[in-house]
Every structure is written in structure tokens, then in C-alpha cells.
Design a binder for this molecule. Structure first.
Ligand SMILES: [Zn+2]
Length: 142
């Protein structure tokens, strides 16, 4: 069997979009009635109840740290400690992800600190066919 050339990585979640030849981005769904932004497709706004007014939007790659937890125990093979964070993106959208490039030390992490979204390989994980995954992470903004 011929070796296939390196394929584009697969996104870890369906709201991470990988346009061909473009930069990856996170996609949200914005209510045209009240402006609320959600991750994942929906027909009805969870905030105001308006039906069929959700439009896809490209989410911002910057935001602020809402809350975090330093994880010291995880599944076998997962390196600890790491920082699990919830971030409010600028312009709407709230999501969970790992905060990287910061020491997992409460002295070094400040609630409300500015962060940015970065896209990287999902810690070397691969599926059965050997495809790699692209994931999103947060890191402190300088
Ligand atoms: Zn709404």
C-alpha cells in the first residue's frame, strides 16, 4: 500500500473550523435578535427564545479568563498539572479549554487576565488511521 502524504489535521471539536489554505478559527452562532453568541448549532436562541435567527460567526481569538482550575489528577497518559480554563471571548462566546504557556500556579494566573486563542496539535494524539488532530488552547496575551 502506498504511503499517503501528510493529510490536514482533523479538528477536535466541530466548532473549530479549518478552511483550506486559511487560518483555523472558532465558529459560533449569533442570535440576530438579541446578539447572544453560542457554540454549536441551534435553531432557537437560548437567551431570548427567537426562532431561526441564528447566524454563524467567526469568533474572536482574544478574550479574558473567566475562571480556571489547576488539574493535578487526570487519565493515564495525560500530563499533569495543567490549567483548565473558561474564557469569555471578545465579542461573545464562552468556552472551556486548556490554558498553556503559564505556570500552573495560582500566583501566576489572574482572573480576568487577557488571553488569546492559539491552534496547535492536540498533544500528539492520533486516530486509528494515524490522522492527527488540531486543537485550540488559550495562552496569556502580552
Ligand atoms: Zn436571542
Amino acid at each position: 500500500m502506498a504511503e499517503t502524504s501528510a493529510k490536514a489535521p482533523l479538528p477536535v471539536v466541530d466548532f473549530l473550523k479549518l478552511p483550506e489554505g486559511g487560518e483555523p478559527y472558532l465558529e459560533g452562532h449569533k442570535c440576530q435578535s438579541c446578539g447572544a453568541v453560542f457554540l454549536g448549532e441551534r435553531a432557537i436562541c437560548s437567551k431570548c427564545g427567537t426562532r431561526d435567527q441564528m447566524k454563524t460567526v467567526k469568533l474572536s481569538n482574544t478574550g479574558t479568563l473567566y475562571v480556571y482550575s489547576i488539574v493535578h489528577r487526570s487519565f493515564p497518559g495525560i500530563q499533569v498539572p495543567y490549567v483548565s480554563a473558561i474564557v469569555d471571548l471578545d465579542g461573545g462566546g464562552t468556552l472551556k479549554g486548556n490554558l498553556i504557556n503559564v505556570e500552573p500556579d495560582p500566583e501566576k494566573i489572574r482572573l480576568g487576565m487577557p488571553v488569546e486563542v492559539v491552534y496547535k496539535d492536540a498533544l500528539g494524539r492520533k486516530d486509528r488511521e494515524g490522522n492527527s488532530y488540531l486543537s485550540y488552547f488559550f495562552q496569556p496575551r502580552r
